[in-house]
Design a protein around this ligand. Sequence first.
Ligand SMILES: C=C(O[C@H]1C=CC=C(C(=O)O)[C@@H]1O)C(=O)O
Length: 394
Amino acid sequence: MNMSFLDPARCARTNAAVGHFVFRGPNGTLRAKGTPSPVPSGIGTTRQARVSQALAGGGTGSVLAGALPFRRDGVDCLWLASGIDRQPLHVTTAQACAPDPTLRAEPAAAKYAETVAEALRIMASDPDGPDRLRKIVLARSLTVHASRPISPDMLQSRLSEDPMVTTFRVTLRDASFGDGPAVLVGASPEILVEKRAGRIMSNPLAGSAPRHADPIADAEACAGLAGSAKDRREHAMVVEYILDTLAPWCRQLGCPDGTGLTCTRSMWHLGTRITGELKDDSTPSILLATMLHPTPAVCGLPCDRAAALIERLEPVARDFYAGAVGWCDTTGDGAWHVAIRCARIAGNQARLYAGAGIVPGSEPASEAAETGNKFAALLRALGLPAEAAMAATN
Ligand SMILES: C=C(O[C@H]1C=CC=C(C(=O)O)[C@@H]1O)C(=O)O
């Protein structure tokens, strides 16, 4: 095995510069060929215009990839590469990558539960009408301070041990948190939109329950989620929104298999596979991602109302958490994943995020516990106990 891979300090120093984007999923690893160049994040022009111009300048075979922020008016971080290397998935076992960490929660679980209760009060007192808040996804954050630099590469390797997720690593151009360049690393189970020739697929997830080591308890958790009316309502809003948004672009669209259950190593989710055929085969995947984002799986309904409340109720800016990460080539083909179960890494620090969908009928303590469970994959990958999220204070 390559020894430099096991040296956390060396990895952390070099990885921000190497591979400005790397995606690893069931279909293999996709990384930039050569050194990608930044796509200017211009003012006064649409994302689509910037992307088309960049891809046209890059020539045949060029690929654009990166991260879209949570806020629709936020600044994206896109890279243009002359091509991509695709390799079969090869999972290596890496060591945990956050030595001697301390943890800070923003907010801690109890305070988060109070915020959920406030959102529920707003929903209950809202007058009937199109503006009535029907769902809001509230998130919290954990900051890990380690004694040595945290290696984004190692963290991605550890997260890739779960075969049910697509892991990602995108170098961010601003360094607004911690020392040195920041890198977004995560393991998303949720496909915002994938486009291949004229066919599209979206796989929204909403409605969650934790996995259990004991198979009987695990099967009970799965059955409990499948039968939960609250989770089904929470999920249906996302599916309806995605169908409504994609319908004008499609000659055929539907969810042939209905709502099902999907899992990662730490969570069960309700999931629906939506498939369709585009009216125009050349519609770029990044345009579809831009139109869909943010879905009610990460924001809420109505979208603008939920986004404004998120801004007011959450103490930490989401930046790229709950945005989208992915790629798009010159034919418009590509895949965009919802940027959840992720962390922003810079030097010795990692800022982790997790959220939960709140609808009438949600219980504040259960939603706080759900965010704790959603942190588990990242915490384990960092070498921390999965329960640390519930114990962390601010
Ligand atoms: C917002 C997150 O998860 C979303 C995806 C799956 C299930 C969700 C839920 O049950 O609330 C969320 O909508 C997150 O992991 O931070």
